[in-house]
Design a protein. Structure first.
Length: 146
């Protein structure tokens, strides 16, 4: 019995070691603001893309604001891009001032671009991506206020 338990323990340890990332850096991919000037904000997952598991979501937030939402001044349009490392199935939801502006399910795409037209009032924008398949690896997203 002791021999069987020690073999099971050895197998369990091997599984844990071989399934872990090869470096500490790979285990701690984080979202990084790589550009923030002239109304352009680019966020990228570094050192590797962020995996959104099937049925889960990721908020594509602007972390330079206190509420983590995109603030678009009156009379300015808002262009937004997000991309993945490979074609995948996902749904994205865009909420503007509490109203759902875009709700779209996408099959077999590696990213999306959309524009919210200028409004006479300031806008608060929130963007959410939901993984509809298991292979959703988000690389980056961009927000541009024109």
């Amino acid at each position: 019995m002791k021999k069987v338990l020690s073999r099971i323990l050895a197998i369990a340890i091997a599984i844990v070691l071989f399934s872990a990332p090869s470096t500490a850096q790979a285990a701690s991919s984080s979202l990084t603001l790589v550009r923030n000037d002239s109304g352009v904000k680019i966020y990228q997952w570094l050192p590797e893309p962020f995996h959104i598991t099937q049925g889960n979501y990721n908020t594509l937030a602007d972390f330079t604001t206190s509420d983590w939402k995109w603030h678009v001044p009156a009379n300015k349009s808002f262009n937004f891009w997000f991309n993945f490392t490979q074609a995948c199935n996902y749904t994205y939801i865009v909420n503007v001032n509490g109203d759902t502006y875009i709700y779209k399910s996408v099959v077999g795409s590696n990213g999306t671009q959309f524009t919210i037209p200028a409004s006479s009032t300031d806008s608060i924008v929130n963007v959410l991506v939901i993984a509809d398949s298991g292979n959703v690896y988000q690389d980056a997203y961009y927000g541009i206020i024109n």
